[in-house]
Ligand binder design. Structure first.
Ligand code: ATP
Length: 355
């Protein structure tokens, strides 16, 4: 399997190096035959090619079996000159990675973690208030007069249907209930359509319990009753907000894992930003990106029918659990003493021990 590695900006190269090192070791142990090709994106790519996402990278991304994408520093990109494209956004659109899968789980002993949390958020990645630009909506925002600003929320039957399918397939594979989140009584037309399609898909999965919860109730429930939820199916902006809340309840943004998936394509992409405030200091927590790559390995196992990948993913999850269970190998954002490299060493040692 060919993986395209795009380290990104700021802490991106530091955590990507660790994620790849751990994955290479898992590949050796489980005979996965992973091959890694690294290309520059972000500031480094702009310096050499004039674009943060060169066309050659997009071509390579279309050919790869999977992509490992470090965080890229969009917030620091200058607006005035050309070629400063949003890296993950451009890749997501070009490859039509319409599903953003974000698990959040609390583990014993992690400071601040909310006991009982074990959810996977399945977020629609292409519509809502963050709608893709097109000739009808422009940016999705406009001012009809100089005193009024409007935002358009785009929900389509097709995108709602396909994201619901991803959530129910996951729920079926993992034997978990689905909670669909929206604000149907206020956003009656757009969430009405979203829920209609969800119910249509749900009819194909009569054994999977489906509950509908409003986003405001959900924000409280995920804190007070985190154990109640399994798969959370949600539209784009609500999912953006709820996934940060969920990951904070698991202990730290540094644990945020995310897989962007489409039909036959997927990119592992940490759920946090490029953290310029701690870049170059060797203290970034690599576990968000490491867990994202585990999601990718598991996804390759399921979609390419490769049981060795599924087994490797399960063992990688165990290695992460071991590293987090030991206070000495926890990274600084979780109150531990381990730097980025030391967390990588501990993960490799745990993998070798488990093999
Ligand atoms: P973006 O807009 O790209 O999401 P941001 O600036 O809002 O970026 P982050 O870059 O994710 O957010 O950083 C938010 C805070 O979390 C910062 O203080 C950063 O240092 C911290 N942080 C983010 N990722 C990690 C990590 N992997 N390890 C440790 N701290 C992290």
């Amino acid at each position: 399997m060919d993986l395209l590695v795009l380290p990104g900006d700021d802490i991106g190269p530091e955590i990507t190096a660790v994620a790849c090192r751990v994955l290479k070791r898992a590949s050796d142990i489980h005979g996965l035959d992973l091959r890694f090709e690294q290309r520059a994106v972000g500031v480094a790519a702009h310096q050499s090619s004039g674009s943060t996402v060169p066309d050659s990278v997009l071509d390579a991304a279309l050919k790869a079996d999977g992509i490992i994408l470090g965080p890229a520093g969009m917030t620091a990109y200058p607006e005035a000159t050309t070629g400063w494209l949003n890296v993950p956004g451009t890749i997501r659109k070009r490859l039509d990675l319409y599903a953003n899968i974000r698990p959040a789980r609390s583990r014993a002993g992690i400071p601040g973690a909310r006991a009982g949390l074990d959810v996977t958020i399945v977020r629609e990645n292409t519509e809502g208030f963050y709608s893709d630009r097109n000739m009808f909506l422009g940016s999705g925002e406009f001012m009809p007069t100089e005193d009024v600003a409007l935002s358009v929320r785009k929900i389509t039957r097709q995108a709602s249907h396909r994201i619901a399918r991803v959530a129910f397939e996951m729920a079926k594979g993992e034997n978990r209930p689905v909670t669909v989140v929206g604000k149907r009584h206020v956003l009656q037309v757009s969430d009405g359509l979203f829920m209609e399609e969800v119910r249509r898909v749900a009819a194909d999965y009569p054994d999977i319990p489906l509950t509908e919860v409003d986003i405001d109730a959900m924000a409280a429930d995920i804190y007070t009753r985190p154990e109640k939820f399994g798969i959370i199916l949600i539209s784009n902006m609500f999912g953006d907000i709820l996934s940060n809340l969920a990951v904070a309840l698991s202990g730290s943004l540094g644990l945020a894992a995310s897989l962007n998936a489409g039909d036959g394509r997927a990119a592992a992409n940490a759920g946090h930003g490029s953290a310029p405030d701690i870049a170059g200091r060797g203290i970034a927590n690599p576990l968000g990106l490491v867990q994202s790559t585990i999601l990718l390995v598991d996804w390759l196992g399921r979609t390419r029918d490769k049981p060795a990948f599924t087994q490797a993913a399960a063992q990688l999850h165990q290695a992460v659990d071991r590293v987090l269970a030991t206070p000495d190998t926890r990274p600084g954002d979780l109150g531990g003493p381990a730097g980025t490299e030391a967390v990588g060493d501990a993960l490799v040692a745990a993998l070798e021990d488990l093999a």
